[in-house]
Design a protein around this ligand. Structure first.
Ligand code: NAP
Length: 311
């Protein structure tokens, strides 16, 4: 049974109520961390679904209507929307409110939002390292953040108390907290999340373009490895377009390293250097063991991925 905790925020406003927003709403309500939840979403369908699912009390088209009187405001839309949204909501933010986000990129979020945050309002950017390839309010679930990391990247408009309060909120949702510099976050996530998604988008795109191998063969024999890339490559196109547009430097830096290493593997295959291949594959196998030991994955044959998948 879910343990109820003390109410931390009277009213929480979620700008965007998709996979992440609706998971926050479900978990915060289940754990009793907030009393009232409002949200905003562009489309009528999303607002209606969120209300029908009972994950929010109110749903508005405009963010400005959702954030009125809110003590905690979390942006849960694609990162490319943040600057405009921050500018829009700034005049109505309540004094003493805490503003945060869940964006997968952090330096750009600080630069885009910080200038708009008014005096007397705290701004603490965040990124839960948990997600699935699914989108929309119906895809969310309360357990999404359990035993997953949430990274906070304080800004010049974050007081220590606000960082502590947001940490406690995410701990209440089940997460472990790490506080990090936003640039470092972007570099770490470039290799652990952004490049893997790019590789997956690329490999699935290449298979789709092949002429000698038919599409039905690609699908029929996908269990050979291809299938695992298709999960990542099924992730939301808008979200991932924005991630690559806004984490350009770190992604290009990591992609440079990645290409060099790929060239080394290419050379080893060309010259029949079995030792080089064996050494590399043994090293990578050990990394997977460490991930399982750290509780960030299971050793089950299907990767234990019925619902819990990393972003
Ligand atoms: P999602 O399920 O697609 O939901 C996105 C929400 O944002 C929807 O409510 C959508 O409203 C709204 N939205 C989309 N475009 C908008 C626009 N131009 N203006 C205003 N609202 C807009 O996405 P998500 O997976 O929850 O991702 C949301 C954020 O979480 C992103 O910033 C992403 O980087 C971050 N994140 C995602 C994951 C993951 O695995 N998915 C993990 C960690 C962090 P409509 O439905 O009405 O269009």
């Amino acid at each position: 049974m879910t343990k109820k905790q003390d109410v931390m925020f009277k009213k929480m406003a979620l700008i965007g109520i998709g996979l992440i927003g609706s998971s926050i709403a479900r978990a915060a309500r289940q754990k009793g961390l907030v009393t009232e939840i409002s949200c905003s979403a562009r489309t009528h369908d999303t607002r209606r679904t969120a209300l029908e699912l009972g994950v929010v009390d109110e749903a508005f088209e405009q963010a400005i209507d959702a954030v009125k009187d809110a003590d905690l405001v979390i942006l849960c839309t694609p990162v490319g929307t943040y600057e405009k949204l921050a500018e829009e909501i700034a005049p109505v933010l309540k004094k003493g409110a805490l503003v945060s986000d869940v964006g997968s990129v952090k330096q750009m979020v600080v630069e885009a939002m910080e200038p708009h945050i008014p005096e007397g309002v705290d701004f603490v950017p965040g990124h839960p390292i948990s997600g699935t390839e699914k989108s929309g309010p119906a895809a969310g679930f309360a357990e999404l953040f359990e035993n997953r990391w949430c990274i906070l990247t304080p800004s010049r408009k974050s007081t220590e108390e606000a960082v502590e309060k947001l940490s406690d909120f995410w701990k209440g949702l089940g997460s472990d907290i790490e506080v990090m510099d936003p640039r470092h976050h972007d570099l770490v996530l470039a290799i652990t999340s952004h490049i893997p998604h790019l590789v997956a988008y690329n490999i699935v795109g290449t298979a789709d373009d092949l002429e000698e191998v038919t599409q039905s063969e690609v699908i029929k024999y996908s269990a050979g490895g291809f299938r695992d890339f298709t999960r990542l490559a099924a992730s939301d196109p808008t979200m991932w377009r924005d991630v690559f547009l806004h984490n350009k430097e770190a992604v290009l830096e990591m992609l440079g390293r990645f290409s060099e290493d790929l060239t080394a593997l290419q050379r080893a295959i060309r010259w029949g250097d079995g030792d080089a291949l064996f050494q590399m594959f043994s090293r990578t196998r050990a990394i997977r063991r460490q991930i399982i030991d750290a509780g960030q994955e299971t050793a089950e044959a299907d990767f234990g991925r019925s619902t819990h998948i990393e972003d």
